[in-house]
Design a protein around this ligand. Structure first.
Ligand code: ADP
Ligand code: MG
Length: 376
């Protein structure tokens, strides 16, 4: 289990440095009755929004029905999952709580019923609903906000991060200086998850960490850019590190897929390693296809593991060199043909209404003949 999970607070009192938010949240829970507002926890990543909800649930012996962004993409999918368990009481636990994680990630252009559906769920639920989001000012949340009690989380302060890192070192039996931990705490910029991740990366397979080891991490910035992620994937031999590298890029996995695909041969030199890496990509691509065809987002984790960890482990040794990474041709091409494709799509839609069949069918079965007719 990765450390940030392993050392997730087991009780509310273990949550570090969020005194005010913790108070507000506990109070909200105590006063909650059906028909009351949901809680909307906002704040930057890694500050304890999700883990506070989970800690409260375990403390109060509640069953958590959790939905993360990878489980759902649309409000109607949420409704499906929640709808069923909304009416039944829990069999083994004292109560239930719904956690809709990263609700700002829900798709839909600023409301195809998106937040309206959720509002309905909030109004009808027999159990309290907690939502989390990064940015309280996100436009997507505006419809929801009036039905929620807003609880904002600040960054975890330096000393809080430091204390947590010290505890973990102690429990994991890792020797390292206070200076190093201070450095890690400073670099984390209040993101405790990333601080714990860094500590885990540094100590993988060792019982002592030295200040010099910090170089491994490079100068990580909060918004890791895509080049840093690529560097991580291509240089590391740890699946965990490769997988985590894409978390903070702010790009979606599909786009990152093309970045990796483009740059394998820029980094790897041995033919068998290149072949292996592309083999991993082809397998990731199978999942990519299934996800987009069937909207089966549960498969996303396999796609990500293969394209990050799979590619990372395709090399025997790290290449000690600097590679210049290229912008993916594929994305360039999509960018250039965007207008053309949009036009085509519009025309296909028009035809599909007239002909009463799918755009796919028209493209594959009718268009070639229409083309022929045109030519003659
Ligand atoms: N305030 C906190 N107190 C204790 N641990 C924390 C705190 N914030 C983050 N963590 C650690 O980082 C991990 C990720 O935190 P999480 O609650 O998922 O962050 P987010 O705010 O992005 O939901 C947790 O599992 C826990 O180990
Ligand atoms: Mg979270």
């Amino acid at each position: 289990m990765i450390w940030s999970k392993k050392y997730s607070p087991k009780s509310v009192s273990e949550v570090v440095g969020q005194k005010k938010s913790v108070e507000q949240f506990t109070l909200w829970y105590q006063n909650w009755k059906p028909g009351k507002k949901a809680a909307l926890l906002t704040g930057s990543p890694g500050v304890g929004k999700t883990c506070l909800s989970e800690a409260l649930a375990s403390e109060k012996n509640l069953e958590v029905i959790e939905l993360n962004a990878s489980d759902y993409r649309t409000a109607s999918q949420i409704k499906e999952v929640i709808g069923q368990s909304m009416k039944q009481h829990s069999i083994f636990k004292k109560g239930k709580i719904f956690l809709i994680d990263e609700v700002d990630g829900i798709s839909g252009n600023k409301d195809r019923g998106g937040s309206k559906e959720i509002v309905k769920i909030i109004e009808e639920s027999k159990f309290p609903i907690v939502m989390t989001a990064n940015d309280q000012w996100n436009k997507k949340l505006s419809g929801l906000k009036t039905h929620c009690q807003l609880i904002n989380f600040g960054k975890v302060n330096f000393w809080g991060v430091l204390r947590r890192l010290e505890e973990i070192c102690q429990k994991e039996n890792i020797k390292c200086s206070k200076d190093l931990l201070k450095q890690l705490a400073k670099m984390s910029d209040g993101d405790l998850r990333s601080a714990i991740n860094d500590l885990e990366t540094l100590s993988s397979g060792r019982s002592e960490i030295l200040l010099d080891d910090l170089q491994v991490l490079g100068s990580r910035e909060r918004d890791e850019n895509i080049f840093d992620s690529l560097k991580m994937i291509f240089k590391t031999k740890s699946i965990q590190a490769a997988r985590m590298s894409i978390q903070n890029t702010g790009k979606d996995p599909d786009e990152i897929f093309w970045w990796i695909e483009q740059n394998i041969a820029n980094e790897y030199e041995k033919p068998d390693e290149i072949a292996k890496a592309y083999d991993m990509m082809s397998k990731a691509d199978i999942f990519r296809g299934r996800i987009s065809k069937r909207q089966y987002w549960k498969l996303l984790k396999y796609m990500i593991d293969l394209m990050t960890g799979g590619v990372a482990l395709s090399k025997k040794e790290m290449y000690r060199k600097f590679s210049r990474f290229e912008y993916p041709d594929r994305i360039k091409y999509f960018g250039m043909t965007k207008m053309k494709r949009a036009n085509e799509k519009e025309q296909l839609l028009e035809l599909s209404q007239k002909l009463h069949c799918s755009t796919k069918k028209i493209r594959q079965e009718y268009l070639p003949f229409l083309d022929l007719l045109n030519k003659n």
